[in-house]
Design a protein around this ligand. Sequence first.
Ligand SMILES: NC(=O)C1=CN([C@@H]2O[C@H](COP(=O)(O)OP(=O)(O)OC[C@H]3O[C@@H](n4cnc5c(N)ncnc54)[C@H](OP(=O)(O)O)[C@@H]3O)[C@@H](O)[C@H]2O)C=CC1
Ligand SMILES: CC(=O)N[C@@H](CCC(=O)OP(=O)(O)O)C(=O)O
Length: 344
Amino acid sequence: MKVGIIGATGYGGLELIRFLHNHQEVEQIDLFTSSEEGVVFSSKFGHLINIADTPLQKIDYDALEQFDVVFTSTPSGVTSELLPPLIGKGPKLIDLSGDFRLKDLASYEQWYGKKAAPAEAIAKSVYGLTEWNAENVRHAPLIANPGCYPTAVLLSLLPLLKNRLIDPSFLVVDAKSGISGAGNKPSQATHYSEANDNFSIYKTNTHQHIPEIEQAISMFAGIDATISFNTHLVPMTRGILSTAYAPVMPGVTEAQLVACLQEKYEKQPFVRIISDANGLATNRVKGSNYCDIFVKVDSRTNRATIVSVIDNLVKGAAGQAIQNMNVQFDLPQTTGLDVVPLFI
Ligand SMILES: NC(=O)C1=CN([C@@H]2O[C@H](COP(=O)(O)OP(=O)(O)OC[C@H]3O[C@@H](n4cnc5c(N)ncnc54)[C@H](OP(=O)(O)O)[C@@H]3O)[C@@H](O)[C@H]2O)C=CC1
Ligand SMILES: CC(=O)N[C@@H](CCC(=O)OP(=O)(O)O)C(=O)O
């Protein structure tokens, strides 16, 4: 397979290269840039010497049409303009940004504060939450790869919501992310002296992933839910830990919640249901495509505590994107992604 990556110099792009390099069906990886044409990639990223010694190429439609797959890992507002002319032209398109996730254009413009992609292009995109949408992913010309937080939140909540085991009218999600979630562009919030030894809430009640999570709950669980969702910055590089709270439906036991999650994911290679929360931490999945999930009912409040962890750059971005590529090319989902988490 011949693969192109636009946004290769970003964190998502670097993770795509790391996994695609070890993917046995990928024989060529070309790297594209909007700002550093001609720069030899390994001269910029020394850890890739003898691995990616090719020059960065200018983004060019004729060149892009020759690939089997084009990944885009660019800031929001870029692919809404860049990708529509390429849809159906040859390569499968897998977009890591939020530009094609929301089916409602007004919602995108409200939450992202940017102009939405053309309606016809959005209509052709398929939401790439692999464990829930593989059949549609297989045939899609354009995959909207899910956001990092929505991946962690949805994988843990959807089975319980779909089976009506928890009450969707009171869903509270408290999520925390490592700093690489903000990408490679420095900012005040990610400045070492302000992020290190600190813990902060951000985008309070206004995070752009709220409509994405609500849309997916409607799409996959058939429920119109309104969630409380907040995000926090943790002084670590990678990882997301999401803690959700929801009332348990009358008569439902903890054992039923666990069984529901186990049944949904028993044949899915990347989702693991954990029986003991002790040790449930981002380092269990660091560098890997795993999502680990734990559920426990608080018998005093009759509310369930539902916890999930992912690596934001892998299952939350590049790993899931390659998992979707594997589905599209009828390869085992684990191809190129079968790595042991780093842990330390
Ligand atoms: N970081 C994460 O954990 C996650 C990120 N995402 C999403 O994935 C996308 C990429 O994220 P991330 O890798 O962190 O971002 P980065 O900021 O690290 O990298 C983005 C890259 O996009 C390229 N770029 C910037 N502007 C343009 C443009 N106008 N046209 C083409 N390319 C451009 C840049 O490369 P160059 O200058 O060489 O063109 C840059 O290196 C974002 O939309 C992000 O929201 C999704 C899930 C998780
Ligand atoms: C820590 C941090 O800043 N994380 C980013 C993740 C953004 C992201 O992944 O953006 P899209 O999915 O919307 O493209 C954030 O919370 O906005």
